[in-house]
Design a binder for this molecule. Sequence first.
Ligand code: PLP
Length: 418
Amino acid sequence: MTAPVRLRTLDPHAYRPDFPILSKRVHGDVPLAYLDNAASTQRPRQVIQAIVEAYEEHYANVHRGIHTLAEESTALFEGAREKVRSLIHAPTVEQVIFTHGATAAINLVARSWGDSNLHEGDGVLVTEMEHHANLVPWHQLAERTGAKIQFIPVTDDGLLDLDKLDALLTERPRLVAVTAVSNVLGTINPLAEIIPRAHAAGALVLVDGAQSVPHQVTDAAAMDADFLVFSGHKMMGPSGVGVLYGKRELLESMPPFLGGGSMIRRVWIDSFTPADLPYKFEAGTPPIVPAIGLGAAIDYLNDVGLEAVHEHERRLTQRAHELLSEIDGVRILGPRPDQKAGIVSFWMGRIHAHDIAQRLDRRGIAVRPGHHCAMPLHKRFDVSATARASFYLYNTFEEVERLGEAVAECKHFFQRRR
Ligand code: PLP
């Protein structure tokens, strides 16, 4: 009999000293429990230091100069691109395009690939659980081209209703745009099933990895995604940098989106020829230091190990589900903990999510209230807003216990006032 594989247990206390902000006290002397990681994570000293060093010792614009600083800055920037390539197992570095975030990356695909490939009546298939970033650019594309948007519905359990997929695919959509992990439900979508089915129906697939790449191992080539996007600030990197990965032949066939410096090979007064990948899609000065910071964040993540991060978050989520389910009147949106990532969105009847978040904040617990840029999904569950707790590698079980106690206290507080 083979021994069961044991995942390495991650000790968040070993990493917390690297994150100065986590020892902050709020409202006088209340220790902070930062549970708003799906919106943006915190950065360790190693990332902050890499940013400081880049500005203090190596900064110049990239690619353009031959002086020492320009070469150092370019080497660091291109080094970061290689770190991204390796993280997502992209076959070549040219397939890694730096953007200003996941939103910018999706808009790039919608404008460049979408405008040149979609025509009146062509379909784009999204899901009912998409973040607005993977919805509105397709609406805008539909407005420009006459393409039509269809969606894969979400079941009452918060899973994609894949029974409907075959029927939707018989309409032969040109693109399926799907999130790897829902930023509200936490649902981990079965991409290994969806992508081959979409391909068999002749559709390309864009994967929104904003909530998956920071938390689990990603193999863009093995998953066979045509496009994959994510943001640096959700994985301990700076804001202002994100990534578009694409299949090489696709990226090569697509026209540049933004025009300007860096994205050209030659310019004449009346025409231009575009540069090769990846620069064709990086017009103007790129997010130099944010990309270098993202590279440092990837080093940090690799040291911790993404399998361990994923497993740690799974355990925190399991515990959060147990604690919140014990509180009468609390409803958790989304599937069972073993089907989801470290995101727990909940609501409590008539107590508004903003009141919950404000009450929790008094106890130092940072959660996010609202629709989390997923209005159609909230409408699907007939709830206007939820409170969302979301975890990362530095969150502790003690913090999850505090969340449970604070939600219970919150419920009693508002009940007494009624
Ligand atoms: N997609 C998902 C699933 C997200 O959660 C987010 C941000 O919350 C985005 C896309 C957009 O990311 P950004 O705002 O960094 O562009």
